[in-house]
Design a protein around this ligand. Structure first.
Ligand SMILES: NC(=O)C1=CN([C@@H]2O[C@H](COP(=O)(O)OP(=O)(O)OC[C@H]3O[C@@H](n4cnc5c(N)ncnc54)[C@H](O)[C@@H]3O)[C@@H](O)[C@H]2O)C=CC1
Ligand SMILES: CC(C)CC(=O)C(=O)O
Ligand SMILES: [Mg+2]
Length: 350
């Protein structure tokens, strides 16, 4: 029986993962669940954000459903003890280099988007974000300059192997979709990006059917709000993908709508599934969080780790049906609580 590790984390993490778990349980599949603390909750339980037992569970599970981490109470701790360190460590430990972030506009949410309905109608893009490299994992620290000034630094780097494996995910994803891949970088300024662009170009000869374009990240941010539906698959680095996916979420109506899959291989491997949002301390504990991103992450878990496409589609159809009938949390302009939104999805589960 597949084991699903549930790591609820902090803030709204437990609120949204509990709704995703309800939906998974309602499918009637033979699944086993085990929960463990992570982030600020991990620090409180075991003195470090990623307790050994939590990491061991994540490694032995068939898939991990992750909530969110982050708690302002711990922002002054040294970096390795902060909640966010747990998320970076788990991604690195599980080798989750490929982060798929689909941004889809569900029918009926046109009015929730920050953009005009005609600009976002039909939005269906996937951001393929590299997840275990870039400035997030480079050497970092504080030092003093020759002039005696405090200086912070974070080293950005990618080697060609790292670029090739994430670019392959981008090309393969595009092959299964509209065959358009846009690689986003900052090659006009950054050497890391120049290598990225060179490697992506070299690989493109293996994918003659894919229309490959390159775009600088500043332009990509602008085009995402100008003509978001022109994009199909975007492949980009860790930092740019983090930022652009939060931006894309508002094309789709809310950051509470975007799920993600973090994978160590193109398909079939164990992976981690989480909403793209954080712990939202401003609304935590109030039952206001939109659980759809977490619920849709559970669908991605079924699709990618358990290779159960039919169950994934059941969940996605239930979310679509609930939204089509007007179910809305506050971020979508409605008044449903987190659990009432979960109820609405459960009602539609066929
Ligand atoms: N993957 C993760 O666990 C992530 C953790 N974080 C952490 O989360 C904490 C808060 O970070 P922020 O920058 O505020 O980002 P955030 O994503 O937590 O929140 C940004 C805004 O979006 C709203 N929001 C987020 N998720 C929502 C949902 N499901 N339903 C309705 N509204 C939602 C929040 O209320 C807030 O106004 C920080 O400690 C940060 O480090 C941030 C991003 C990702
Ligand atoms: C909290 C960070 C470690 C990452 C982040 O913002 C994200 O993965 O979306
Ligand atoms: Mg982020």
């Amino acid at each position: 029986m597949p084991l699903i590790a549930i790591l609820p984390g902090d803030g709204i993490g437990p609120e949204v993962t509990s709704q995703a778990r309800r939906v998974l349980e309602a499918l009637g599949l033979d699944l086993q669940f085990e929960e463990a603390p992570v982030g600020g909750a991990g620090y409180l339980a075991a003195g470090k954000p990623l307790p050994d037992a939590t990491l061991a569970l994540a490694k032995r599970a068939d898939a991990v459903l992750f909530g969110a981490i982050g708690d302002p109470r711990f922002d002054a701790l040294e970096r390795r003890l902060r909640p966010e360190a747990a998320l970076l460590a788990i991604r690195r430990e599980l080798g989750l280099f490929a982060n798929l972030r689909p941004a889809t506009l569900f029918a009926g949410l046109e009015d929730a988007s920050a953009l005009k309905p005609e600009v976002v109608a039909g939005l269906d893009i996937v951001i393929v974000r590299e997840l275990t490299g870039d400035v997030y994992f480079g050497e970092k620290g504080h030092r003093t300059t020759m002039e005696g000034l405090r200086q912070g630094f974070d080293v950005m780097s990618y080697d060609e192997g790292e670029v090739e494996r994430i670019a392959r995910v981008g090309f393969e994803m595009a092959k299964r979709r509209k065959k358009k891949l846009c690689s986003v970088d900052k090659a006009n300024v950054l050497e890391t990006s120049q290598l990225w662009r060179d490697v992506v170009n070299e690989m493109s000869v293996q994918y003659p059917d894919i229309e490959l374009t390159h775009m600088y990240v500043d332009n990509a941010a602008m085009q995402l709000v100008r003509r978001p539906t022109d994009f199909d698959v975007i492949v980009t680095g860790n930092l740019f993908g983090d930022i652009l996916s939060d931006q894309a979420s508002m094309c789709a109506g809310s950051i509470g709508m975007l799920p993600s899959a973090s994978l160590s291989a193109w398909s079939g491997a164990n992976g981690m599934y989480e909403p793209i949002h954080g712990s939202a301390p401003d609304i935590a504990g109030q039952g206001k969080a939109n659980p759809c991103a977490a619920i849709l992450s559970a669908a991605m878990l079924l699709r990618h780790s358990l290779v159960d496409e039919a169950s994934a589609l059941r969940i996605e159809a239930a979310v679509a049906a609930a939204l089509a009938k007007g179910a809305r949390t506050a971020d979508l302009g409605g008044s449903l609580s987190t659990s009432a939104m979960g109820d609405a999805v459960l009602t539609e589960l066929q």
